[in-house]
Design a binder for this molecule. Structure first.
Ligand code: PEP
Length: 257
């Protein structure tokens, strides 16, 4: 089985003020100790420019992007604005946005394509609710989300990552079993293959939902887990860097681009 270079991305959500830039610096500095892992931090949009200036060469990202190039969209941020501020990637389709902002698969697809069109890398989130999981519909829900939200053609596999984030595992301390993660990541891999051919084997699939230092090693050793999207445990270097270290400790990181 091919193993891809791991990506560990932090999602700071609505956390982060100027006073937290010191933590961004610490994270970037310590992440530099693990050159075999790609590490990124997705910070609030208003902090992107200062974060990017604080840590040149370290990947700073956004948490959402509008699908339109520009226009009458009060309060929204375009892909070019993210890029202009110094972001190199963005999350799209996080379940908190799919839920609170009622984003559909079609919206998420348009956002992903908008990000890719200006050269941002994209982390596209999918994941089922507890009700769907318990109803035995997790895999069909997630593959359905992929069918509706995967962007069209890719320039390279490196520009897209899928984050499988079961909604019931986000911020709850609960995580799926190893077998459940393996089953879902295999299903996602098959869908990526169908959609992108050979490139589909090299699009990274991240797991997200209550990843911590103590469970990261086990999660990273599951087939088709190519990294993690980390919420709460990404806010402090002391919690986040051990997760990066766990990714570095997993064998066989092949370059993907
Ligand atoms: C997230 O919301 O992307 C996430 C994975 O959060 P947490 O790690 O806090 O569960």
């Amino acid at each position: 089985m091919m193993s891809l270079r791991k990506l560990v991305a932090g999602n700071w959500k609505m956390h982060g003020l100027s006073s937290d830039l010191a933590e961004v610096r610490t994270i970037a500095e310590q992440a530099g100790g693990y050159p075999q892992v790609d590490v990124a931090l997705c910070v609030p949009s208003i902090l992107i420019e200062r974060a990017a200036r604080a840590v040149p060469g370290f990947a700073i990202g956004g948490q959402d992007v509008h699908h339109a190039e520009k226009g009458a969209h009060t309060g929204c941020t375009s892909a070019l604005m993210l890029l202009d501020a110094g972001a190199v990637l963005t999350i799209v389709g996080h379940s908190e946005r799919r839920d609170a902002q009622r984003e559909s698969d079609a919206d998420v697809k348009a956002k992903a394509e908008s990000g890719l069109s200006v050269g941002l890398n994209v982390i596209l989130c999918v994941g089922e609710s507890l009700e769907l999981r318990e109803g035995g519909k997790a895999v069909e829900t997630v593959t359905g989300q992929l069918d509706g939200s995967l962007p069209g053609d890719l320039h390279s596999a490196a520009e897209l990552a899928i984050a499988y984030e079961p909604i019931w595992a986000i911020g709850t301390g609960k995580i799926p079993t190893t077998a459940e993660i393996a089953e879902m990541h295999a299903a996602i891999r098959a869908r990526l293959h169908d959609r992108y051919g050979a490139d589909g084997a090299r699009v990274r699939i991240l797991y997200g939902g209550s990843v911590k230092a103590m469970n990261a090693g086990e999660i990273f050793s599951i087939a088709n887990v190519d990294g993690a999207l980390v919420g709460g445990a990404s806010l402090k270097a002391g919690d986040f860097i051990p997760i990066v270290a766990a990714a570095a400790a997993v064998e066989g990181a092949a370059p993907i681009a």
